[in-house]
Design a protein around this ligand. Structure first.
Ligand code: SF4
Length: 119
């Protein structure tokens, strides 16, 4: 058995979690104040994912850039590839919140969408 310590990032309380692992399997989680902490620990140690936020260039707008994010979590190991895919992307105005900026980014099955309007 191995014990892994991590900080829950699901809310600002930042509970210190202690996780008993048997190989790649989570046996128990302690230190969490609520159920979300247990869920976070299990996911983080077996299939870590993140929402990625960034910005891309906009052409034909008063705004030079528009903020974007992945529409869903992507595997942590795909973050670099996702950021690379966004480099050099320029979209044409008008841009509306929710518009798809990059489809299926880094072959994750997740789109990158605009989180700001640019007209
Ligand atoms: S375990 Fe619950 S209370 Fe503690 S940081 Fe995570 S979400 Fe917040």
């Amino acid at each position: 058995m191995e014990t892994r310590d991590l900080v829950c990032i699901r809310c600002p309380l930042g509970c210190m979690l202690s996780v008993e692992m048997n190989g790649r399997e989570v046996v128990s989680v302690s230190g969490n104040t609520c159920k979300r902490g247990e869920e976070y620990a299990k996911k983080e140690l077996t299939n870590p994912t993140r929402i990625v936020t960034s910005s891309v260039l906009v052409a034909g707008s008063t705004s030079a850039t528009v903020s974007v994010k992945t529409a869903d979590d992507i595997p942590k190991g795909k973050i670099f590839e996702c950021m690379k895919a966004l480099q050099g992307v320029t979209i044409q105005a008008p841009v509306r919140i929710g518009d798809v900026v990059v489809k299926n980014v880094a072959d994750t099955g997740v789109d990158v969408i605009a989180t700001k309007n640019a007209i």
